[in-house]
Design a protein around this ligand. Structure first.
Ligand code: AMP
Length: 540
């Protein structure tokens, strides 16, 4: 017997419609690419998204067409999200830090018909335009006064395009399983692969992300997604924040500590989300200027492991609660959030949980398995390949009939190696390809990196395996010291000795000026392995 409930489709357009109806006057604030602060409301955004939807129709954009964006977090990018998906087409967000060859590959693979681009990023599109086989036009996201010179044909000005169309537009109703947005993983090897999300997965993910023990989004919050809208839809925050009608603050292209601080203070931001590299810059700014952001209650750190030193500095020095979160492109991206349980009152125990990646958000199932696929126990010690299942996790990559990422029971292999403790908290010990195999045993690099970064004179740290004649591989510690500081291998060994099991201690330490970062701000270990793969360890 079936329940007797209306078969209403979960569509992205309904999020903005709802925000207009129920929180229409709530503000959306942007530091524009042109410079000045722009402010308007959900009602204005909805009106302009409808105008843009009419414009897309006039450009003959059809259901399912891929429409690329290469843009910072701004109100215009927000409008494009809703106009494109709401019309039944698919946004394809492009990361401006991609190498031109990758950009060409993914734009052709996605068959992008149009690209919306910020004026200062237009040169990137110009550099690849000749190699794009499906592109019909380029829309520069600015007004006429700021339109850059370009030799590209079929260039349109965003503000003119919007102004040229009426806001009389009914959002179409279609199957909630329709594709809504596409984002390619910045795979360090091989070609990037596309994760294609649907209206249903996006709306369910928005419900889940707004929950109190997830991102805790509500109308009274002022939310600053520093995480880019070109990286897995800014972790879905533009959808979740719209669902609840929160005030939203978009940082535009300026992501340095001083600029983020200014927005936090001027706009009374209560909740901000970003990767550790962003928070390093903000915390350094706060240290230098002896400042804080009084309204800021919470921050989410994700994308890479949030070190204990960073969590403590936010919480102890600035009164900002840290929520450490884990996820990945293929998961829309939310997987786990680490919040200590109410029963955990001891400060050290709470911290031990916070440095872990946390418990799954309702909807995500999670398990760890060994190389034969046998499930491992949740004792906090056994570590194995992390697998997930759930309604916002891809069941295949875009245009790939088969891939070896899913097993017969539908589990998706994340490529992460993790433990799960008896309280249900998952801790990533490594990417499977970064694990160091020493004498047949695994050494997880993340724990060593986090400990090294808790040294007061270490700004960043990375650990890679280098060849060893007896043990196959041994850990090499690579550090970026604080300005004017220098640390020897003995200094680091003394510091790490009682904190790590002896055989996990790195065999050598090198200092470099900065770590190579990939397009999404993660440390590029492949580059470090190229650079230091031949490093001669002192004991060899
Ligand atoms: P991406 O698909 O580019 O978002 O990258 C996802 C990967 O980033 C995950 O599979 C993890 O390896 C890593 N990652 C994300 N969040 C965390 C975290 N909190 N701690 C450690 N690694 C993380």
């Amino acid at each position: 017997m079936l329940g007797q409930i209306m078969d209403k489709q979960l569509l992205i357009s309904s999020l903005l419609q709802h925000a207009d109806n129920t929180s229409g006057n709530r503000e959306i604030v942007t530091r524009t690419a042109e410079g000045p602060i722009h402010r308007y409301t959900y009602r204005d955004a909805h009106r302009r998204a409808r105008q843009l939807a009419n414009a897309l129709r006039a450009l003959d954009v059809q259901m399912g067409d891929r429409i690329a964006t290469m843009a910072w977090n701004t109100h215009r990018h927000f409008e494009v999200y809703f106009a494109v998906s709401g019309s039944g087409a698919v946004t394809h967000t492009l990361n401006p830090r991609l190498h031109p060859s990758q950009l060409t590959y993914i734009m052709n693979h996605a068959e992008d018909a149009f690209v919306f681009v910020d004026a200062n990023l237009l040169p990137l599109i110009e550099s690849v335009a000749d190699a794009l086989h499906h592109l019909r036009g380029v829309i520069v996201m600015t007004d006429r006064a700021h339109m850059p010179e370009t030799a590209l044909p079929n260039i349109l000005c965003y503000e003119e395009l919007v102004a040229g169309h009426s806001d009389d537009f009914e959002w179409p109703v279609f199957d909630e399983k329709t594709a809504s947005s596409l984002y390619y993983t910045s795979g360090t090897t091989g070609n990037p692969k596309g994760a294609l999300f649907s209206h249903r997965s996006t709306v369910i993910h928005a419900y889940a992300s707004a929950l109190p023990d997830v991102l805790n989004m509500g109308e009274s919050e002022v939310i600053l997604p520093v995480v880019p809208m070109f990286h897995v839809n800014a972790w879905g925050i533009p959808y979740g924040a719209t669902m609840v009608g929160a005030k939203m603050v978009f940082p535009g292209p300026k992501l340095d500590g001083a600029s983020i601080h200014e927005l936090l203070v001027d706009e009374g931001v209560t909740f901000a989300a970003g990767v550790p590299t962003i928070w390093l810059m903000l915390l350094a700014h706060w240290r230098e200027t002896q400042s804080s952001a009084p309204a800021l209650k919470r921050t989410v750190i994700g994308g890479s492991a949030g070190p204990e030193s960073m969590i403590r500095e936010f919480q102890d020095d600035h009164g900002v609660e840290v929520r450490h979160a884990w996820g990945m492109t293929e998961m829309s991206p939310l997987g786990t959030v680490s919040i200590p349980k109410p029963s955990m009152t001891d400060d050290n125990k709470r911290m031990r949980k916070q440095v872990k990646q946390g418990r799954p958000v309702f909807g995500v199932e999670m398990r760890i398995v060994d190389d034969t696929g046998t499930e491992l126990t949740h004792d906090g010690d056994a570590f194995g390949n992390l697998e997930v299942r759930g309604p916002w996790i891809i069941d295949n990559y875009f245009k790939m009939d088969q891939s070896d990422s899913h097993n017969a029971q539908g589990w998706f292999a994340t490529g992460d190696v993790a433990t799960i403790d008896p309280d249900g908290y998952m801790e990533i010990t490594d990417r499977s390809k970064d694990v160091i195999k020493s004498g047949g045993e695994w050494i997880g690099t993340i724990e060593i990196e986090n400990l090294a970064m808790s040294h007061p004179d270490v700004v960043q740290a990375a650990v890679i395996g280098v060849p060893h004649p007896k043990w196959d591989e041994r850990p090499l510690l690579i550090i970026v010291p604080a300005t004017d500081k220098s640390l020897t291998h003995d200094d680091m060994t003394d510091f790490l000795r009682n904190k790590l099991t002896n055989w996990w201690l790195p065999d050598d330490t090198v200092q470099i000026d900065e770590l190579p970062l990939g397009a999404t701000g993660k440390v590029l270990k492949t580059r470090l392995r190229e650079q230091f793969g031949d490093h001669k360890l002192p004991t060899v």
